[in-house]
Design a binder for this molecule. Structure first.
Ligand SMILES: Cc1ncc(COP(=O)(O)O)c(C=O)c1O
Length: 397
């Protein structure tokens, strides 16, 4: 046994790992597990709306053949890929099953695309603010992340152009529909301009679309890939429309990087659970998923309305908030001089939680911003929670 003086220090963690921030959303969720806490912090779908019977029946059907418990191909279940391809095609973006790789949640898709596209030091552009776990993934890949600002509720498209000229980014990461954390959506003209910028400057776009099907008002908008098919990689997920515990998402890849993404998938986990994919394919083919999604949409529309109405009386004068056409989040801003992170402990004392906006920024943050998820509770509980939020904030102001 060597003496302590002769022990050689072990190599530390990688610089890249050190640059990824822990998610304060996760840390907060741990704090808010007490049943009396009304948490608007996490982006949790409503568990009472999971179609337990339909999903159970689909697992039973899937288990009719032993192959569903066997190893399988990295690209994923052919029937499931056909169904997802059919959905894209029906929405105006012609897609073959062969364009798709099934992933273990769309979060894995983000990791696979980062592995396939990024070298340490590469610049990428993100919306500012941006989905937090995407920022973590890009930090772990060693990317230099540059934020594209918003002008009010609209992405600053001139800034996108200027930053693309200045940095020659590998890609622009966007959640174009009902963004996490802001609930914002890029309109038709903005989509066209983002796609044009990608073509002009020669960068790719990763469009991350887990909320696309959660629309409660307004008309559906085309995928960015319809405007620039060779430049756009699209991510999708069943987490918000069936259940996140399934862990099924997908990447719609362009032909040039498909083999690289497939190798990244092999190296990551060989393939996504065969039984889960088969059950999802049966469930979607049964038609029950359509009825369940219609119920989810109707319930979430009521919950959004309940939250937006309640905010009008609860937030301090001078606050602002949006009313998104879909998704899971309202983005609110406290009045000048207030700081959402500093307000959180006051609010937690009233057994209610939200996520401050600051961690969602790659660069300088808007300290007044906060994200409120409206999907987890029924309208009465939302009203109760927002009233408590108002009381907590009144104690700060
Ligand atoms: C924008 C965005 N992308 C990806 C994900 C990850 O979803 P999944 O459950 O499909 O991995 C989320 C989850 O909240 C998200 O908000």
């Amino acid at each position: 046994m060597p003496s302590p003086e002769t022990l050689v220090a072990l190599p530390g963690r990688s610089e890249r790992a050190g640059s990824a921030k822990t998610s304060p959303v996760r840390d907060l969720l741990a704090l808010t597990e007490r049943p009396e806490v009304i948490s608007f912090a996490g982006g949790l779908p409503a568990p009472e709306l999971f179609d337990l019977d339909g999903i159970r029946a689909s697992f039973d059907e899937a288990l009719g053949a032993p192959a569903v418990l066997q190893y399988s191909t990295s690209e994923g279940n052919p029937a499931l890929r056909e169904i997802v391809a059919g959905q894209y095609t029906a929405n105006g973006l012609p897609t073959d099953a062969g364009d798709l790789i099934i992933t273990t949640g769309s979060q894995q898709g983000l990791g696979l695309l980062s592995t396939a596209l990024l070298d340490p030091g590469d610049v990428i552009l993100v919306e500012e603010p941006c989905y937090l776990a995407a920022l973590q993934t890009f930090a772990l890949a060693g990317a230099r992340v540059v934020g594209v600002p918003y002008l009010g509720d609209e992405l600053d498209l001139d800034a996108l152009d200027a930053l693309a000229s200045a940095h020659a980014p590998k890609f622009f990461y966007t959640v174009p529909t009902f963004q996490n954390p802001t609930g914002r959506t890029h309109g038709l003209a903005a989509r066209q301009r983002i796609a044009d910028a990608a073509i002009r400057h020669g960068f790719r776009i990763i469009e991350d679309e887990p909320y696309r099907q959660l629309r409660y008002s307004g008309d559906p908008l085309p995928s960015l890939a319809t405007f620039a098919p060779d430049h756009v990689l699209s991510l999708g997920s069943f987490s918000k429309v069936i259940a996140p515990g399934l862990r099924i998402g997908w990447v719609r890849t362009t032909a040039d990087i498909r083999p690289t993404v497939t190798i990244a998938k092999q190296a990551a986990d060989l393939h996504t659970s065969t039984i889960d994919q088969a059950a999802a394919a049966h469930y979607l083919a049964s038609g029950r998923s359509d009825a369940a999604l219609a119920q989810i949409r109707a319930a979430y529309a009521d919950r959004r309305d309940a939250m937006v109405d309640a905010l009008a009386t609860a937030l301090p004068a001078g606050s602002s908030w949006n009313s998104p056409d879909g998704g899971m989040f309202v983005w609110a801003r406290l009045p000048e001089g207030m700081d959402a992170t500093a307000a959180l402990p006051h609010v937690l004392r009233h057994d209610v939680a939200f996520v401050p906006g600051a961690p969602f920024y790659a660069g300088p943050a808007d300290a007044r911003a906060m994200r409120l998820s409206f999907t987890t509770y029924a309208p009465d509980r939302i009203r109760e929670g927002i009233a408590r939020l108002g009381m907590g904030l009144a104690g700060v102001a």
